[in-house]
Design a protein around this ligand. Structure first.
Ligand code: ATP
Ligand code: MG
Length: 571
């Protein structure tokens, strides 16, 4: 193995022998579930009820803090409320297969509603609370949602008159008197419902989650996941999150994105591990404070958040006791080596990059605690997952060749449909037996995968293929650069030239000199052909609400083309 620049693993990870782990069948995971013995399936039951039935009901399931409310919820309390909420839904005539959406801030009630929906065999559709009216309307209409759980503050963004299938609006934090026709106060509904209501036993192939994608590359797709996803989540909990019974786990992702439900709630709960939920907005001090307050041991976040923490400097984290952290993870976007190095310094931890998509259900390619990390690489496939690089004809490519990142189809957590759009679903499987991700990557001789960009974002300049990620990573190494988004701009001579959009760190002025300095920095540090010939400074880069740089928007602005669906873009 060429581990010249690798950072060694720590001996205590649960996955010790990678090759041996790859021989462990998915059935080994399946055997952990009660349905393996009883034949009765429900992911909500396995995540919560089961711990109560097996005598762990008093153990904490949720540690919630928002600066005002400070609550610990046991698995028993969570089970009882979820069961009661499920019963309330049943009394409204909601059941198997019905789509019930969640449009509310994160907190215990969101967790209760999510579990309650899944517990009765209905399909939960989580929406990010920052969505505006059109985004909400699109998703509720596309999915034919019959009910939505929301708050009085967010209710005005639900255009009921344009949603004929939406029968019920359930308001958390409202009095009965606040509710208009077709609306219900959550508290009132709960009063009239029973915690003794039974679990709806379903098929492993029954839908449970309908997650819309982030909209980085176009109109968001409604991805359908089934109860069988729990097998995949369980394995991720063990080998990727490296969870142990006494862990305190915090995933900062909002449940509006799959990271927030799959890695954020189900993976830890399936292992009986409590989750920290931090209410309110991102705030540097608040995040460090949360790690310290709860003694977080396993922390999962995203590059955009780590970059924001990094921009706060190395001194700030030193004011907090972060010594409880054992394992830190990142997903959603490529993790720049510079951010990785900051993690070593500021958090005293390696940040473990892991790659996946809404469509894949949970982590697919990842770095493991006990194994060496090559900074900039997203690691190796989760045992049980076969990943490969294919050319445009579906042929498997060898090491170090750039191509389509693909996965052997049929893993337990694979999406089962794109809602209402079979055509779209089929497009993920153009070659027999393979799922095509739409991402461009290569695999090195040691089996580590290196993300280069979205297939459509790869730049062809003077005959060289350049992934935007490589250039962006070099750019953020420059002390003046806070964030960078790189695109290919058509050029009569070079095919495309590289153009970089850059937001500067505080204290730096956007001068012509600085531009040249940054260009030289890339030229000397990466390659002459990778140097951005154009640089534009911007206060902010366009991002999805899940924190991803929207390169297609930069490109559309640059070329004066229509920007397409902007429903998931930040303000
Ligand atoms: P849309 O499909 O609507 O265009 P999206 O692809 O951003 O949006 P998600 O499913 O939330 O929606 O994100 C999956 C994508 O995020 C991946 O295809 C990949 O491009 C990127 N991604 C996720 N994790 C990583 C990672 N660790 N490294 C690099 N890229 C990542
Ligand atoms: Mg996508």
């Amino acid at each position: 193995m060429d581990l010249t620049n690798a950072v060694p693993g720590r001996p205590d990870g649960q996955l010790q022998d990678y090759e041996a782990a790859r021989q462990v069948s998915w059935d080994e995971e399946a055997k952990q579930f009660t349905w393996w013995k009883t034949g009765r399936v429900n992911a909500a039951f396995e995540a919560v009820d089961r711990h109560v039935e097996e005598g762990r009901g008093d153990a904490p399931a949720i540690l919630y803090y928002d600066g005002v409310r400070d609550e610990t919820w046991s698995f028993r309390r969570l089970r009882d409320d979820a069961a009661q909420f499920g019963d309330a839904l049943r009394r409204l005539g909601i059941g198997r297969g019905d789509r019930v959406f969640l449009f509310m801030p994160k907190g215990p009630e969101l967790a209760v509603a999510l579990l309650g929906i899944i517990r009765i065999g209905a399909v939960a559709g989580p929406l990010f609370e920052a969505f505006m009216e059109t985004a909400v309307q699109d998703r509720l209409a596309d999915s034919g949602a019959v009910a939505v759980v929301t708050t009085p503050t967010l209710r005005p963004r639900i255009p009921r008159e344009r949603l004929p299938e939406l029968r019920h609006v359930i308001l958390v934090g409202a009095e009965a008197s606040d509710a208009e026709a077709g609306e219900w106060s959550y508290t009132e509904l709960m009063k009239g419902a029973s915690a003794d209501s039974p679990v709806e036993w379903v098929d492993r192939e029954s839908p449970m989650l309908l997650h819309y994608t982030s909209g980085s590359t176009g109109k968001p797709k409604g991805v359908v996941h089934v109860h069988n996803l729990m097998i995949h989540q369980y394995r991720v909990g063990r080998w990727v999150l490296d969870l142990r019974p006494d862990d305190i786990y915090w995933c900062t992702a909002d449940p509006g994105w799959i990271t927030g439900t799959s890695a954020g709630l189900f993976a830890p709960w399936l292992h009986g591990v409590p989750v920290v939920i931090r209410g309110g907005r991102f705030q540097q001090e608040g995040w460090y404070e949360t790690v310290e307050k709860f003694g977080v041991t396993v922390w999962f976040s995203a590059p955009t958040a780590f970059r924001m923490l990094m921009a706060g400097g190395d001194e700030l984290p030193k004011r907090y006791n972060l010594s409880s952290l054992r394992h830190v993870l990142s997903a959603g976007e490529p993790l720049n080596p510079e951010v990785f190095r900051w993690g070593l310094r500021a958090l005293g931890n390696r940040i473990h990059d892991n790659w996946w998509m809404t469509e894949t259900g949970c982590t697919m390619i990842t770095n493991y605690p006990a194994l060496p990390i090559k900074p900039g690489s997203m690691g190796r496939p989760l045992p049980g997952i076969e990943a490969a690089i294919l050319d445009d004809q579906g042929r498997v490519l060898g090491p170090n060749q750039l191509g389509n990142l693909a996965i052997r189809a049929g893993w337990p957590g694979m999406m089962r449909a794109i809602w209402n759009n079979e055509e779209k679903y089929k497009q993920y499987f153009p070659f027999e037996g393979w799922y095509i991700s739409g991402d461009s990557a290569y695999r090195d001789e040691d089996g580590y995968f290196w993300f280069q960009g979205r297939v459509d974002d790869v730049i062809n300049t003077s005959g060289e293929r350049v992934g935007p990620f490589e250039v962006e990573s070099k750019l953020v190494e420059h002390p003046a650069v806070a964030e960078a988004g790189v695109i290919g701009k058509p050029d009569p001579v070079r095919g495309e030239i590289i153009k970089a959009f850059i937001s500067l760190r505080q204290g730096y002025a956007p001068t012509e000199e600085l531009k040249q300095e940054i260009q030289q920095f890339v030229r000397n540090g990466l390659a002459a052909y990778a140097m951005p010939r154009e640089i534009e400074f911007r206060d902010k880069l366009p991002k999805t609400r899940s924190g991803k740089i929207m390169r297609r928007v930069l490109k559309a602005w640059e070329l004066g083309l229509p920007t397409g669906d902007l429903s998931t873009m930040e303000d």
